[in-house]
Ligand binder design. Structure first.
Ligand code: SF4
Ligand code: SF4
Ligand SMILES: [Zn+2]
Length: 325
């Protein structure tokens, strides 16, 4: 087997993986019959040269470098597929918006924020007595822990403390613009809480949150607070998601939710907030729902068709297309 590149070429490549050899390392490798890069795998492979007859080593090198070339070709093909799909989805998203604009002479493209939102679970199921019991037991445990403190200000360690600042920021933002909150809530309802599936039977509630509720409702006992929370659970919820996630969004009033819940927004919503803040008003949204919001993050062969589209405004949600199932 000959050298993959002339020994003194400025682009000397590894005889095993075909990656370029770094400039510093090239000087040491230029005179070698088997120039190789410094990766762990290639260095380990080249070690075999010491113990094998040269013909056998060459045969193994041929086979291993062919495997590397095939892997590289497959990777390039995959990257190209991803790039093509990202572009195709972007075009399809724009075509869907264009189709809407054609039917609405009153709407201008610059008045619309176009976004792709995720898709949460769909199946609805009755809340089992066991789930309800788990939730109640969690609430009783954390309300008892909350009652060990005189006020929320005393709590310096809590899973929700980390999210308190972001939760506060979102709250302020919504107080300035109730339209922004309405549109955001509608988008989350359309999504059916893709980010809520880990909420399980605890809903990220912790002693800090319950202590705050006790602080602002001094006439209520711990049992009253537990009953307040459990009464917010609906008979049917989204299967496999948080106990408070329903077909029409989170059933827990925002003021009872954890900071984790009130702080978190996915990129689609955060971009919408940014765009609206820059515009100085809550913008109307053309929402396209797909399984994955960005095709670049999933396998290029996994389907990611449009599941639904809607115009979401402060006034309501107008759905145009929804796949069944
Ligand atoms: S924040 Fe994003 S992922 Fe979570 S419910 Fe809202 S739209 Fe869905
Ligand atoms: S309480 Fe509401 S916002 Fe929080 S995880 Fe559950 S469904 Fe989502
Ligand atoms: Zn290499």
């Amino acid at each position: 087997m000959s050298h993959p590149q002339a020994p003194h070429s400025a682009k000397l490549r590894c005889c095993i993986c075909s990656e370029p050899i770094s400039a510093l390392w090239q000087r040491q490798q230029a005179a070698s019959e088997f120039p190789h890069c410094q990766s762990f795998d290639c260095s380990r492979f080249i070690e075999q040269r010491r113990n094998l007859p040269v013909n056998l080593f060459r045969a193994q090198l041929e086979s291993v470098s062919a495997q590397y070339r095939e892997r590289k070709a497959a990777q390039l093909e995959r990257e190209e597929k991803i790039r093509a799909r990202v572009e195709a989805e972007e075009q399809e998203n724009q075509q869907l918006l264009n189709a809407l604009l054609k039917t609405r002479p009153g709407l201008a493209e610059q008045d619309i924020h176009r976004t792709v939102i995720p898709s949460g679970r769909k199946r609805i199921a009755p809340v089992t007595p066991q789930r309800m019991e788990n939730y109640r037991a969690h609430l009783q445990k954390i309300v008892a822990a909350a009652e060990n403190f005189v006020s929320a200000a005393e709590i310096v360690e809590d899973q929700n403390l980390h999210y308190a600042a972001d939760s506060h920021r979102n709250n302020n933002c919504f107080q300035r613009s109730s339209a922004l909150q309405s549109v955001s809530d509608r988008l989350c309802t359309m999504c059916r809480g893709a980010c809520c599936s880990s909420g399980g039977d605890h809903a990220y509630l912790s002693p800090l949150i319950l202590r705050r509720i006790l602080d602002s409702n001094p006439k209520l006992s711990g049992d009253d607070i537990v009953a307040w929370y459990t009464s917010s659970v609906t008979a049917e919820t989204i299967e496999g998601s948080c106990i408070n996630q329903t077909a029409t969004g989170c059933s827990l009033p925002r003021k009872l939710r954890s900071d984790t819940c009130n702080a978190y927004y996915c990129d689609a919503i955060l971009n919408y907030h940014r765009d609206s803040n820059e515009a100085g008003e809550a913008r109307n949204v053309f929402a396209i729902q797909r399984e994955a919001t960005f095709a670049g993050t999933i396998d290029p062969d996994t389907p990611n068709g449009v599941l639904a589209t809607a115009l979401v405004t402060e006034g309501g949600v107008e759905r145009f297309r929804e796949e069944s199932g």
